[in-house]
Write a protein that binds this ligand. Structure first.
Ligand code: FO1
Length: 308
């Protein structure tokens, strides 16, 4: 059993590669939900949807989110009616949010809803939201406290980040199957996702960090960093704000209690010794995934680490 911890876009690329290299029924994905929010009365789970669309083969891989060739007519009409249009919901994507909202209001748990949606889309891998409880990444900026999506999309990650916290996480519980998957796994992959806003919330759920530290599984991480910047997105800004070094070393240091191996970019080779001093073995390769070949190649290299 291969268990994967992920956020949205960066993780989805590696998961795409992994899905070509392993039997989908062997794959359990534990996904961040702290980016979730409500807009136009709809419950939106961007990371769950990005992973689900990726595995269903319908994702817009150029944008990294949403459905390929989607149209935006509903959004245009919403805007005409005075609604906010900064978050680009596609017409077909909106169908997902309508069903999710409807089922949650009918009393289903997010994990049940996610399982239904992925089944309808023909996804064979198991996709687990990290929790059925509401946990929200909040970003404290110089201009005040805002939600993750307001910071990331509305403000285009420009305001200075002072602090990040996960509202609601202390009293949350891992979703059904999450702790069991981590305990029973033979192999665990921590995707090249933002360590603060994607992997951080998963690890902050009571019991999760302990489960991944105690598991017998071999744990391999993939760095989302090259030099002092994230390959995409604002991970470096969040890491610096949380007192982490914005680098592959910072990622290694943040995961040092459970990581056996870290895959870093060749450009970060100079960090090898410092990371290995933490007790984490280093593999240097190219962690940039632009094409399907890149995704499959990196996934293959990660999987090979479990065979050694
Ligand atoms: N990201 C953007 O940068 N701009 C958008 O308008 C946007 C819309 C969107 C709609 C549905 C969805 O599932 C994701 C969407 N994302 C958008 C991506 C999302 O904000 C981030 O990728 C994740 O939350 C970070 O992992």
């Amino acid at each position: 059993m291969l268990v994967v911890l992920t956020g949205g876009t960066g993780g989805a690329k590696l998961i795409k590669g992994l899905s070509h290299e392993v039997d989908a029924t062997e794959l359990t994905i534990i996904c961040n939900t702290a980016d979730d929010f409500a807009l136009h009365g709809l419950n939106i789970s961007p990371d769950l949807d990005t992973i689900m669309y990726t595995l269903a083969g319908v994702s817009d891989s150029a944008k990294g989110w949403g459905i390929q060739d989607d149209t935006f007519r509903v959004l245009a009409q919403l805007e005409k009616l005075g609604a906010e249009a900064w978050f680009k919901l596609g017409d077909r994507d909106i169908a997902t949010h309508i069903i999710r909202t409807h089922l949650l209001r009918a009393g289903l748990r997010l994990s049940d809803v996610t399982d239904r949606l992925r089944t309808h889309l023909g996804v064979k891998a198991t996709i687990l939201p990290m929790s059925d409880d509401e946990i929200e990444t909040r970003v404290e900026t110089a201009e005040g406290e805002i939600s993750f999506q307001e910071y990331f999309v509305k403000q285009r990650w420009q305001p200075e980040v002072k602090r990040v916290f996960y509202a609601g996480v202390e009293r949350s519980r891992a979703a059904p199957g999450v702790l069991e998957a981590l305990c029973d796994a033979e192999k665990i992959v921590v995707c090249p996702s933002n360590p603060v806003t994607s992997i951080g919330p998963i690890l902050a759920i009571p019991g999760v960090r302990n489960a991944i530290t105690e598991t017998k599984a071999h744990v391999v991480g993939v760095s989302p960093m090259i030099g002092e910047s994230a390959i995409s997105g604002p991970a470096h800004k969040f890491m610096a704000a949380q007192g982490m070094s914005p680098s592959a070393f910072g990622v290694a240091n943040g995961y040092a209690d459970f990581l056996d191996q870290l895959v870093i970019d060749r450009e970060d080779e100079r960090l090898r010794e410092k990371i290995e001093a933490l007790g984490i073995k280093v593999v240097a390769t190219s962690v940039v995934m632009k094409t399907l070949d890149d995704k499959r190649r990196l996934a293959g290299e990660v999987l090979a680490l479990f065979e050694k």
